[in-house]
Design a protein around this ligand. Structure first.
Ligand code: AMP
Length: 591
């Protein structure tokens, strides 16, 4: 087998360099293409009226007409149109081409899944960004042609809407598409698991089979991957408990009775055959690994793996520590930036640590606008927002060091739609900005004048868990929070699931540390005058966050796109958290 050279990759890299160099022009041309394709649809007609001769208009004139006449929108503004499409209205509402498929966003950040139109263009851009990222990656970490990827990927259930459209998550549509097969052929790397395993609809059974097949093909595995890093951590945590059963299946060529779906049983049993030597080798390694608390599991079990690849930024950062533990000396390569609405940017710097990764915007995928965001004076800001907004600007005018909210106009019928993500321009790659993902814009913790985002909470929890690591051998498995305003004064509750024993004294210290680590001025002032009560740290029993995952999956969320909600007021979730709370401590800081 040969290393993938840049020959096959050259075309796509050259293409990207060209569009990046000319990003400003490419963007206005992209907008023209979107409008040309969808001119006359009900939504656009409402704002643009009848424009004649789009083709003859100068692209920049069209751009300024569009951004003047079509207002910024939230998903809620477009929802009535998308709902009519879901209900079977055949008229051209958002796109001229009929929409036959709808994607569901993960809903784990907003609490509610949203429908977003999905077209062939969506699968094509997924293929394009995956090929592009693979080409840049292979410059730093070449892999062997024809090798395998151990991918922890999962399709969710697909269903039909009232109007008969296929609905499911974007990843589900992609895994079922022709493009997913083409990607494997073009990048010359093949997923260990067959389609039946990916789309089983039961993430626990799929995970078992991914691990079993990943080990069965262990010498061919070139890298380990998932959509979001959470799935890899989750899979290896399960492996710590199931490895003996998996080894047994490898030895005997059998399949554990925990796999109950007949079509998965058949397809997996057709692939594997008894391999006592391999099983013995893996068992010996697992016994060693148990003594090391599974440090370096990946390179030990997959000796030819070159790296671990997944989205590790944003809300995935809290899993980095555990991922590094499993990866040992292998590099972690952070994957690209996108959403159900559109892919946005590609990671061109495979060798960068996930903490330093930026995403170069791909200017052909959508028409991107950027709303400048300025931190505003604490006392004059609204209860729900933290920023003063400037006027939206095109990609060509963004400035390094400035924060923005992204606005999308897509080929799939979204027009000037706010994405709700805050990004910072870190640099430029040729003419296209490289974005740092900051956080979701929505505030998550707020009781009165205090304002904290997911990122603020993440930093606070990191501070608290540093005490845990310093003083104990225990490890933070996962966390979430809640702004409790049921009693006055309101206060924050942080829920931790911990692996290992921790004395109450240490927990109290962690709690105090977190309370003083919220640097938001509104919080500090409110705590000082007791307008916000002491922070409460609740320790939940082991397995609680798995129950939360199951709760979401049971309600139709997809494992591949799952993100633990970092703050919740969802009653179902709070019930689980409160029933599972085994210890509570209150901060004594600010006393
Ligand atoms: P969804 O479409 O619901 O599955 O989630 C899309 C959201 O996930 C985006 O709007 C971001 O908030 C987040 N996201 C996607 N890719 C990344 C990334 N590379 N880094 C950080 N957050 C990401």
């Amino acid at each position: 087998m040969e290393a993938v050279t840049t020959n096959g990759d050259y075309g796509i890299i050259e293409w990207f360099e060209y569009v990046a160099e000319n990003a400003g022009l490419v963007q206005t041309e992209t907008l023209r293409r979107i409008l040309k394709e969808n001119y006359g649809v009900e939504y656009l007609k409402k704002w643009l009226g009848e424009i004649k001769n789009i083709d003859e208009m100068e692209a920049s004139a069209l751009e300024s007409l569009y951004t003047t006449l079509v207002p910024l929108a939230s998903h809620a503004d477009l929802e009535p149109y998308i709902q009519r499409i879901a209900d079977g209205d055949p008229s051209p509402l958002l796109t001229q081409q009929p929409i036959t498929t709808l994607s569901l966003s993960s809903g784990t950040t907003e609490g509610r899944q949203k429908y977003v139109p999905f077209t062939r263009h969506s699968s094509k851009t997924t293929l394009q960004i995956f090929r592009l990222a693979a080409a840049y990656r292979s410059r730093v970490y070449p892999i062997r042609e024809g090798g395998r990827i151990l991918e922890f990927i999962y399709s969710s259930k697909q269903f039909k809407t009232k109007g008969g459209l296929a609905a499911g998550t974007a990843t589900t549509h992609y895994f079922a598409s022709e493009e997913f097969k083409i990607k494997q052929e073009q990048t010359k790397s093949f997923t260990c698991s067959p389609e039946e395993v990916i789309s089983s609809g039961d993430y626990k059974q799929s995970t078992y089979c991914h691990l079993l097949l990943g080990l069965f093909f262990s010498h061919q595995v070139e890298f380990i991957a998932s959509t979001f890093a959470y799935s890899i951590v989750q899979a290896f945590r399960s492996f710590e408990e199931m490895w003996e059963e998996i080894c047994n299946d490898i030895r005997e060529g059998t399949l554990s009775p925990r796999i109950t779906i007949p079509r998965i049983r058949k397809v997996v049993l057709d692939i594997i055959s008894p391999n006592p030597c391999l099983a013995m080798r893996i068992e010996a390694k697992c016994e060693d690994l148990e003594g090391l608390d599974w440090f370096g599991l990946v390179p030990k079990l997959w000796p030819n793996a070159k790296y671990v690849y997944s989205i590790m930024t944003g809300s995935m950062q809290p899993y980095l520590k555990k991922l590094r533990h499993y990866a040992g000396y292998l590099p972690l390569v952070s994957a690209d930036y996108g959403s159900t609405e559109s892919w946005i940017g590609v990671n061109l710097d495979a060798s960068f640590a996930p903490e330093d990764v930026t995403f170069a915007v791909i200017p052909t995928f959508s028409y991107f606008e950027f709303i400048p965001l300025y931190k505003q004076n604490q006392y004059f800001s609204s209860a729900t927002d933290d920023f003063i907004e400037g006027d939206p600007i095109p990609l060509s005018q963004v400035k390094v060091g400035q924060q923005y909210e992204i606005v999308l106009t897509t080929f799939t019928g979204l027009y000037r739609c706010r994405l709700g993500d805050v990004v910072e321009v870190a640099a430029f790659y040729k003419g296209t900005p490289k974005l740092n993902f900051t956080c979701r814009r929505k505030l998550i913790l707020t009781v009165n004048i205090d304002k904290n985002t997911e990122k603020d909470l993440q930093l606070v929890v990191e501070k608290g868990s540093q005490i845990l690591s310093k003083k104990t051998r225990a490890e933070l498995v996962d966390f979430t929070s809640h702004a409790n305003v049921a009693n006055q004064p309101g206060h924050y509750v942080i829920y931790w699931e911990i692996k290992g024993e921790v004395e109450e004294r240490v927990l109290a210290e962690c709690c105090n540390e977190m309370d003083v680590s919220f640097v938001d001025h509104g919080y500090v002032v409110s705590r000082k005058i007791s307008a916000i009560g002491p922070l409460e740290l609740c320790i939940v029993e082991r397995g609680t966050f798995k129950k939360i995952l199951d709760h979401f999956i049971g309600n139709g969320a997809a494992m591949s796109q799952f993100k633990t909600p970092r703050c919740t007021s969802n009653q179902g979730l709070l019930r689980i958290l409160n029933v599972c709370t085994i210890k509570r401590v209150h901060s004594t800081a600010y006393c």
